[in-house]
Design a protein around this ligand. Structure first.
Ligand SMILES: [Zn+2]
Length: 295
């Protein structure tokens, strides 16, 4: 009974939150994803300076994407460096950056509104680029990686929603960390109902959901109706001030691999949230990576 309620809830949540939600696969235990760590960035304590370093480095460096390396487990996936970090640069995907991104300066570590990057997990099988964990259709997470909701992410989320409430806006937590197993359950239900090919179009495979990283949060109604609310506008305009990015923007479906999700934010810390925001790019474009299943 409980179980079926859970499943129903899961389905409801996943239905609306594709990227977030869903699925993966049958190919679940697909060969280990190469990724070891691409550590351009250092341990989070040093995040601040590390970031600066890596960002600068990255800017001038050419991205050597390591897709090939992915096949050997031993190999550490090297990080693709940032390909384009400036707003002038045309996004890889063709779509122009959102109109007039107003650039704002990221807070320094001494500032009260500085938010550090999330703690890094020293676990093989997780891909990091410049200290940022990557989970998309190309880069998966190990099945046993179950960190729960990141505490910094959680604190920053509530700081954000508290500030929003001062504007009379009600932004609430709807869904955060989801385990590999939970995602599998959701996905398998979809596959049973619609077949894998169809399920894959609206649901993330297990291991590929950003929610498994503990760094993603869905807010409010988790559906398209949210996009029309003042809360959604405020979130899109201000989430970077708290270290979040709107992970799946409108018109970037082919790049992020997911439909527009006005309700899904990803925590990265203010160094990166401002950098990505100011670039007008998606996370994939910013790092010069793709988001596609291998099969
Ligand atoms: Zn989500």
């Amino acid at each position: 009974m409980k179980r079926s309620i859970l499943i129903t809830l899961a389905i409801a949540a996943a239905l609306s939150c594709t990227a977030c939600g869903s699925t993966d696969s049958g190919t679940t235990s697909r060969r280990k994803f190469a990724s070891a760590e691409t550590t351009t960035a250092a341990p989070t304590e040093a995040a601040a300076s590390a970031y600066e370093e890596s960002t600068t480095e990255a800017a001038s460096e050419e991205v050597t994407t390591t897709a090939e390396t992915t096949s050997s487990e031993e190999e550490t996936t090297t990080a693709a460096a940032v390909e384009t970090t400036t707003a002038e640069a045309a996004p890889a995907g063709g779509e122009a950056p959102a109109e007039d991104v107003i650039k704002t300066e990221a807070p320094s570590p001494e500032d009260a509104d500085y938010a550090p990057a999330p703690a890094k997990h020293d676990i093989a099988g997780i891909t990091y680029i410049q200290g940022a964990l990557i989970a998309n259709k190309t880069y998966s997470l190990p099945a046993d990686f179950a960190p729960g909701l990141d505490p910094t992410c959680e604190n920053q989320f509530y700081k954000m929603t508290n500030d929003a409430s001062k504007q009379g806006l009600y932004i609430y937590f709807a869904s955060g960390f989801r385990s590999y197993e939970y995602q599998s359950q959701i996905y398998n239900n979809y596959v049973a109902r619609d077949g894998q090919a169809v399920a894959d179009t609206y649901s993330a495979r297990p291991g590929h959901s950003e929610h498994q990283s503990g760094l993603a949060i869905d807010v409010n109604s988790i559906d398209d109706s949210f996009a029309l609310t003042p809360e959604a506008k405020w979130l899109a305009d201000h989430c970077h001030e708290y270290g979040f990015i709107l992970r799946y923007p409108q018109g970037k479906e082919d790049i992020t691999g997911y439909q527009y999700e006005s309700w899904h934010v990803r925590y990265v810390g203010t160094d990166l949230s401002y950098a990505i925001r100011n670039s007008g790019l998606t996370m994939e474009e910013y790092f010069g990576i793709d988001s596609k299943y291998k099969d």
